[in-house]
Ligand binder design. Structure first.
Ligand code: SF4
Length: 320
């Protein structure tokens, strides 16, 4: 049985205001009114493109604050999904931490929502306030506990390099997220998007985005911590198909293969520790690895290979 993910973007729907860094309409490219009819059409169109009759589809409502939508409209959306219940293996919704309560969770449970992803973004209240999030980390903590108590899977999204943050605060956020024991996480580097409040902070010089090196290094540390704690990381970085390009991204560590760069960095860190420990210089180093890891070890555009060659005179060789 093949599993598909069907993302349904609901840009800004339910959001009480714009967070400083967010311009979902721009990055999703969706600017139509989201109605139950639109959603039904989207699902039907998707199913018409799947040839495999034995496929199962997970629906994901993204890009807004699903649980902050008026509750009757939430229910109407979920009723549409229910029509396809025989073909759907899960429903995930993303939302704000301050838009979770018993009434909402009872509704989501009734319609078999399997996972709720909260945009935690940071565990530092000053950072949350500076970015106009409109909630504190205590909301993330209480919402996470409530979601788990309803037997619904918990996802927590975080950002690195937000306005007012630092590598230390980002790593602390990851540790605070781990303490909440989510089932999944996503790590997003902060990008300065056109038409956002963050763009103004950037243009005035108040906000200095992370450079690529800092964003990759911090994200690699965070990814390692999540994996050490058996937390699934669903995504690292935004992808170009999400409407990001030189027109929408004003500044910040945008790279279409950002996740790959972070995976490469984890290998670089491991190998470098061994090179330093063993005092290696001007030699060949054979790495025995699974074939699926080879490209991560060598790195995007051979970045790790070149790094070790130039810094230590060490030539990486892949063993069986
Ligand atoms: S709550 Fe999420 S979707 Fe809504 S404005 Fe903030 S970041 Fe964007």
């Amino acid at each position: 049985m093949r599993k598909y993910n069907l993302p349904i973007f609901i840009p800004h729907l339910g959001c009480p205001h714009d967070c400083a860094f967010c311009n979902q309409r721009k990055i999703t490219g969706v600017d139509t009114e989201i109605t139950p009819e639109y959603i039904e059409n989207r699902i039907e169109t998707f199913f018409s493109t799947i040839s495999d009759k034995d496929s199962m589809v997970e629906i994901a409502f993204f890009g807004g604050s699903f649980t902050a939508i008026p509750i009757d409209l939430q229910e109407n959306f979920l009723k549409v999904a229910e029509k396809f219940s025989g073909k759907i293996c899960g429903i995930r919704v993303s939302t704000r931490p301050d838009a979770i309560n018993e009434e909402i969770l009872t509704l989501l449970k009734k319609y078999n929502v399997t996972e709720i992803e909260l945009g935690a973004q940071s565990s530092d209240d000053t950072v949350l306030t500076l970015n106009n999030r409109g909630h504190l980390f205590s909301h993330t903590v209480s919402a996470s506990k409530l979601i788990k108590s309803y037997g619904i899977r918990l996802g927590l999204q975080m950002m690195v390099g937000m306005y007012g943050s630092s590598p230390e605060k980002d790593i602390k956020t990851a540790e605070d997220i781990i303490a909440l024991k989510p089932d999944s996480t996503r790590i997003y580097p902060t990008l300065t998007l056109k038409g956002t409040v963050l763009e103004k902070f950037y243009l005035s010089g108040d906000y200095v985005p992370y450079d690529m090196e800092t964003a990759v290094a911090v994200s690699a540390t965070i990814l390692s911590k999540f994996r050490e704690n058996n937390i699934t990381v669903l995504r690292i970085g935004l992808h170009s198909e999400e409407g990001l390009n030189s027109d929408t991204v004003i500044a910040g560590p945008y790279h279409p293969a950002f996740g790959e760069l972070v995976e490469n960095r984890i290998w670089r860190n491991k190998i470098e520790n061994n090179i330093i420990k063993d005092g290696l210089k001007d030699c060949e180093l054979v790495i025995n690895s699974n074939p699926s890891e080879v490209s991560k070890i060598i790195g995007h555009k051979k970045c790790n290979y070149i790094y070790f060659k130039e810094k230590y005179g060490v030539t990486l060789k892949i063993g069986g």
